[in-house]
Design a protein around this ligand. Structure first.
Ligand SMILES: NC(=O)c1ccc[n+]([C@@H]2O[C@H](COP(=O)([O-])OP(=O)(O)OC[C@H]3O[C@@H](n4cnc5c(N)ncnc54)[C@H](OP(=O)(O)O)[C@@H]3O)[C@@H](O)[C@H]2O)c1
Length: 264
């Protein structure tokens, strides 16, 4: 049984994905949100059991997911887990910025904890969630569940902030690139629709090409760039721009902001 404490946006996305992927059956999911309206919505939409009264659900759970926000009352969530859950249940926290040490203070020492930064591409099956395990937790306890809403990368906890600013924020950089690239097509004279279709096909195809060929991007650029031709002229302008450093500064800013938010 999987029990979710907090039934907000991220938890809903996870439930939708694990049901769609048939990782678990709807009878194996329980949710406890603080809002009865939210519980009713989740019950009606996904036919899972959702109730503010969670003693029974906590007793039965093999996996307990803490899905509340960092500023919510984690201490009272911890008290409920301590009081009612089985000692061998694994606690999966998706709460950004809260370390496993802090979590252990709330839920008790010697408990299996997985700190997870879920990806936001849950409906697609793509995207890595970053997972750090404490010494009481094992991959076997969580692997199947976590793979139900994307791919899983196990990392040391010290890398979680980097994982968040680089990996989980990853789609943002790609969305921004796609938007800028489509705008370039419109600027050059294509219709918005034409530019959009070409950009999407190019992005998907380029990723596929990298995977299929196993080549480094620079090798593929060499193949595409003939002497004095279109490609090398375009590349020259990009090299003169702040493109690479701008993107890299943006990632570092996101990583630093993740750390700052965790300290607030
Ligand atoms: N959204 C994302 O893309 C994303 C990505 C990675 C990680 N996360 C993490 O996921 C967590 C949830 O984020 P979210 O975007 O899903 O937030 P959210 O939609 O606000 O969900 C939190 C839910 O928990 C409820 N809640 C608060 N205190 C509770 C308690 N003591 N017991 C039971 N339910 C309680 C809230 O109810 P009320 O609104 O009535 O207070 C709300 O429905 C956060 O810690 C965030 O850092 C989110």
């Amino acid at each position: 049984m999987i029990h979710f404490i907090g039934g907000g946006q991220m938890v809903e996305a996870i439930i939708r994905a694990i049901l769609a992927n048939e990782t678990v059956n709807k009878d194996e999911i329980t949710v406890a949100d603080i809002s009865e309206q939210r519980n009713t919505y989740l019950m009606e939409t996904y036919q899972v059991k959702a109730s503010g009264e969670q003693m029974e659900a906590l007793k039965k759970a093999d996996i307990i997911v803490i899905g509340v926000r960092p500023q919510d009352d984690l201490a009272s969530v911890g008290v409920q887990i301590r009081e009612y859950s089985r000692k061998d249940a694994v606690v999966v926290s998706i709460v950004a910025g809260v370390t496993m040490e802090k979590l252990a203070n709330f839920i008790g020492e010697e408990r299996a904890i997985a700190r997870v930064i879920p990806n936001t591409l849950t409906d697609t099956g793509y995207g890595y969630s970053g997972v750090a395990l404490n010494s009481y937790a094992s991959k076997e306890q969580v692997d199947e569940f976590l793979n139900g809403f994307g791919k899983v990368m196990y990392v040391e906890e010290r890398l979680i902030d980097i994982f968040t600013g680089f990996g989980v924020a990853g789609p943002n950089y790609v969305y921004y690139f796609i938007e800028s690239f489509a705008d370039a097509g419109v600027l050059a004279g294509l219709s918005r629709e034409q530019a959009w279709n070409i950009v999407l096909e190019n992005v998907v195809g380029s990723v596929e090409m990298l995977k299929l060929s196993g080549k480094h991007p620079r090798q593929l650029l060499d193949i595409n760039n003939s002497a004095g031709g279109v490609g090398i002229n375009a590349l020259h302008e990009l090299n003169r721009s702040d493109f690479a450093a701008g993107l890299q500064r943006s990632v570092l800013k996101a990583v630093n902001r993740t750390t700052e938010l965790g300290q607030e």
